[in-house]
Design a protein around this ligand. Structure first.
Ligand SMILES: NC(=O)c1ccc[n+]([C@@H]2O[C@H](COP(=O)([O-])OP(=O)(O)OC[C@H]3O[C@@H](n4cnc5c(N)ncnc54)[C@H](OP(=O)(O)O)[C@@H]3O)[C@@H](O)[C@H]2O)c1
Length: 325
């Protein structure tokens, strides 16, 4: 079978597509015939050794995917041959992938493989952030940075589904248009306009209640300064490449909270919370309130170039890799 393989840590051009033996599942593992896999920023970081998770080499990147169960280990109880499933694990950029059965759930009714592959990592992250970490309340205001990206679009839709008002920040008019399509109430191009002024306009000078920040870099401090009394600032990621150093007096002033979000670890520490959040997402999905914005579909041979575009800030919404195309 064909697999995108990371055989050494380094720049993206070290990745290659190789023919490898079809993997056999262990006792509590299943093998999936991958129909669609979604690209996420952590995939591009992981192959460069820049992510907190460092899998042993060689590995196939691709952390969320959907497909059909093609083999099951002898102790598997959660699924059977032929089931249509979604997996959150590793190895999705390949024709077949093996994962622990605990990392698999049935493909929800009404979801195709592409949507199933492109929904759960980003939407579960953003729901964890806004509900469990940010305690967003109906009527509150939310500033989303990097708002046209994978977790950003999810944050817009979820904040709206929770009754929030959203100001979306992104770096081009095309990206801002995508944010408006996802439901943003207002937008700001933070590469051209003053972010703090935009927040003042949006909140009538009060300051925003919640900031969702997957970007970091130079945007973080003005965003934190834009939060109002008891504002919550959610640290989601550092797509800009630099981890900002923040003066702590900004937390004291306005009794602000700076809250980290680590969805992957929350799966292990709060599995019941994850199950509740997936149930909530499926209700919103059925009601048409959340839906991933898939902007590109590429074959396996296009995955590395798509990672490059993501690192160059050129992707809107989600890219889906189709291993059989
Ligand atoms: N904490 C968690 O549990 C968790 C879970 C999933 C992902 N994450 C993190 O969330 C971040 C975003 O992930 P994603 O999959 O949504 O990525 P994405 O789709 O590429 O979105 C990232 C956004 O960041 C902005 N950006 C600003 N400067 C950038 C730069 N120098 N290079 C690239 N992008 C830049 C871009 O928007 P503009 O061009 O509009 O600025 C881009 O749309 C990543 O850091 C990822 O590791 C965290």
């Amino acid at each position: 079978m064909k697999s995108l393989l990371c055989t050494e840590i380094g720049p993206l051009d070290r990745l290659s597509i190789q023919d490898v033996p079809t993997p056999d599942p262990g006792p509590r593992q299943i093998r999936i015939d991958v129909k669609a896999a979604a690209l996420n920023y952590p995939d591009a970081l992981m192959v460069q050794g820049l992510y907190q998770v460092k899998p042993p080499l060689p590995f196939a990147p691709g952390s969320e995917f959907a497909g059909v169960v093609s083999a099951v280990g002898p102790e598997v109880t959660r699924c059977k041959l032929g089931d249509r499933v979604v997996a959150l694990g590793l190895g999705g950029f390949a024709e077949e992938a093996v994962v622990d059965e605990m990392r698999v759930m049935p493909l929800p009714p009404g979801m195709d493989f592409e949507t199933g592959a492109a929904t759960f990592l980003t939407y579960c992250t953003s729901l964890r952030a806004l509900k469990d970490c940010g305690h967003l309340q109906p009527g509150e205001s939310v500033l989303v940075l990097g708002a046209s990206g994978g977790v950003g679009i999810a944050a817009i839709e979820i904040a709206k589904a929770m009754g929030g008002r959203v100001l979306a920040a992104a770096s081009s008019e095309a990206k801002l248009e995508a944010c408006r399509k996802a439901g943003a109430d207002a937008t700001v191009d933070y590469t051209r306009q003053n972010l703090r002024d935009a927040v003042k306009d949006f909140t009538g000078g009060k300051g925003v209640d919640v900031v969702y920040d997957p970007v970091g870099g130079d945007y973080s401090e003005p965003a934190l300064r834009s939060t109002g009394w008891r504002g919550r600032y959610l640290v989601v990621g550092f797509a800009a490449g630099t981890i900002p150093k923040i003066p702590l007096n900004l937390a004291l002033l306005n009794e602000r909270s700076i809250v980290g979000v680590y969805w992957g670890e929350s799966l292990v520490r709060d599995p019941a919370g994850h199950v509740r959040n997936v149930k909530q997402l499926l209700e919103w999905f059925a009601a048409g309130k959340v839906r991933p914005m898939i902007s590109e579909r590429v074959p396996l041979g296009g995955a590395v170039a798509a990672m490059g575009r993501m690192l160059q800030r050129q992707v809107v919404g989600k890219v889906v890799v189709l291993p059989e195309a």
